[in-house]
Design a protein around this ligand. Structure first.
Ligand code: SAM
Length: 274
């Protein structure tokens, strides 16, 4: 939908964009087309925050079933009426953060122009709760993606970037200028694609993420300090570090994903001392 049509529709529905809900509507059909072309011929697609439906109908044309979860009652009601015209869209008026993603039995693809104010909790939920995730296509503010893609040694590198690279592969698909949204956000956005590579149980994902968060809790301290706080025993922490051959004086953000995974395994006693 173009800018003029978007404004007209909002006017007809007597609705206004709500900043607190991160409502910046995509107003470029070609971009909507290229985003939705990333998810085709799937049995089950979830859209988070369909808004005025810029992506929803296109997703429904390309896939078997679409579940779109929208927190805003006004938009959800409008979309429910629109969805009656087709037979494969379900609109749920709900908070995605409360949705029981782990109950879904089919493989799922998730697509979203994410509400920027809750980007991190949504990404955490998708990665931690859905064992059935194949692909997650999402649009976020551009600076955020640098954090997700950051590498060991950089300032941004932290638990969420570790979680992402432990489960799959994340790539930037396209940068989208801010002029393509109404209202216009302060900075441009980025469409990224996460492909899930590893089937890790929900409990293991959560335990791993909790461990990584503790490991990064005091970034200025050494890995020995942080690990001692977890083991509650410095000698034990030293022993574990020596088994996986990680220097105790290193800072947590210098550890690569394999080293963190090894350390996590040794904490669970999965690795035996040779
Ligand atoms: N998909 C539309 C588009 O591309 O034009 C709207 C995207 S807008 C950036 C984000 C949407 O997410 C809004 O419609 C907003 O109401 C919705 N939203 C915000 N928080 C939500 C939540 N917790 N659960 C579900 N939807 C939410």
């Amino acid at each position: 939908m173009k800018l003029r049509d978007t404004k007209q529709l909002l006017n007809d529905l007597n609705l206004a964009p709500n900043k607190n809900l991160g409502q910046n509507f995509l107003i470029n059909e070609e971009i909507a087309e290229s985003i939705t072309s990333l998810v085709k011929n799937q049995d089950y697609v979830i859209e988070i925050g369909p808004g005025l439906g810029a992506l929803t109908k296109k997703l429904a044309q390309n896939n078997k079933k679409v579940l779109a979860i929208e927190i805003d009652r006004g938009f959800a009601e409008y979309l429910k009426k629109e969805a009656e015209k087709v037979n494969n869209i379900t609109i749920l008026h709900s908070d995605f953060l409360k949705y029981p993603l782990n109950k879904i039995k089919e493989n799922i693809n998730i697509v979203s122009n994410l509400p920027y104010n809750i980007t991190t909790p949504i990404i955490e939920k998708v990665l931690l709760e859905s064992n059935k995730l194949d692909k997650f296509v999402f649009m976020t503010q551009k600076d955020f993606i640098d954090r997700l893609l950051s590498k060991p040694g950089s300032k941004e590198y932290g638990p969420i970037s570790v979680l992402i690279s432990s489960l799959g592969n994340l790539e930037i698909f396209k940068v989208i200028n801010k002029e393509n949204f109404y209202p216009q956000p302060k900075i441009s956005s980025c469409v990224s694609v996460f492909v899930c590579k590893k089937a890790v149980s929900q409990n293991d994902r959560k335990a791993f993420y909790e461990f990584v968060k503790l490991l990064f809790k005091e970034r200025r301290k050494t890995i020995l300090n942080n690990l001692s706080a977890i083991t509650k025993d410095k000698k034990e922490a030293e022993r574990k570090l020596s088994i996986v051959k990680i220097l105790p004086s290193r800072r947590p953000e210098t550890l690569n994903i394999d080293e963190i995974q090894l350390l996590f395994d040794i904490m669970l006693n999965k690795t035996r001392k040779k």
